[in-house]
Design a protein around this ligand. Sequence first.
Ligand SMILES: Cc1ncc(COP(=O)(O)O)c(C=O)c1O
Length: 369
Amino acid sequence: MNDPIKLIKPYISFDEVTEDIKEIFNSGQLTKGQHVDKFVAGLKDYSKAEHAFLTTSATTALTMSLKAIGIKEGDRVAVSDFSWPATCNVVEDLGATPIFIDVDRHTYNMCPKDLESKLEDYEGNKLTGVIVVDALGNPSGIMQLKEICIAHGIPLIQDSACAIGSSVDNIKVGAIADLTCYSFHPRKLITTGEGGAILTNNAEYAKWLTVKLAAGASGIKGKGMDFVDYGYNYRLSEIQALMGWIQLLKLDNITAERNAIAREYNALLEPLGFLQQKTDDNVYHNIQSLIFTVPSSISRDALIDYLGAHNIESTLGTYCLSGTTYYLEKYNDPQKNSLWLESNTITLPCYKGVDVNRVVDVIRSFCAL
Ligand SMILES: Cc1ncc(COP(=O)(O)O)c(C=O)c1O
């Protein structure tokens, strides 16, 4: 049996962090130290956002972003329907109603027309927030969606869980929407094991987040802190921040390398009828996931099994949120394109040194069966 080919490998090795980790242990400063400060400053500098906050995941980042814009029970929040369930779970968790917006079959991103048709319900209740997902790292369409949100006075949260390193018109995701959320899960291009971040240029949101993410503290009272509000702890540790910062320094090389791998796959797979996720001309896609729609002549599920039997990991693109058991039973509002994409897309292995020819040879042999 050939060596296993995984979907992704982390862009960090133990050797790169050994000395700093020893120092962290020796200092006893395991949290709230120089590495957290450096990572936060690095994220701001990289994304050109004025404020950055670390969180334990994109899920907690999204929850805090919804709270920052004031989402509460009974509100209506539009969500891109082709995503990981966290995108709508955070809305549901606050007692608000997720309004599923269908996506484009080529970019996999929220359809502006569908958003416009759902700005208000038949009783005249308006949207109170929008969460736009950069599907699998692709921010195509975000500028048009932002214009719609501005025109209707709706705060826009960009779920860029997958999109760190992507940009539109040379503006990095992180400096486009009112609030942007990153994930540092191991399937992402920067990983801290688990982790996330919120970026914003909005001073009001930043002020609120500063207090809320510090357990409600603001300034000093007597010999201690002044707790002016109630709040939370979603901090990352020094070791996690160190890991994140080291990968951030390499991020542009990582995305360039992934784009080169994507071009290699595309040249070989397009003639077989596979269509790569489309990116608008003004967009730089970090290729967090390398996704194709499969030709109609083959079974996507059988292909995943076949690749697996050849020791090659692959998976579906991502999920149709409105079609998951929970949301389908509760809202019964499945979105057509999103459902189609869930069954017809495949994610292929993409990392430095991946044997593209071996993967494509196995796909070719499957197509010839
Ligand atoms: C689009 C999107 N949003 C949110 C999340 C949740 O990220 P986390 O696992 O960091 O909470 C993910 C995770 O894959 C995601 O893909």
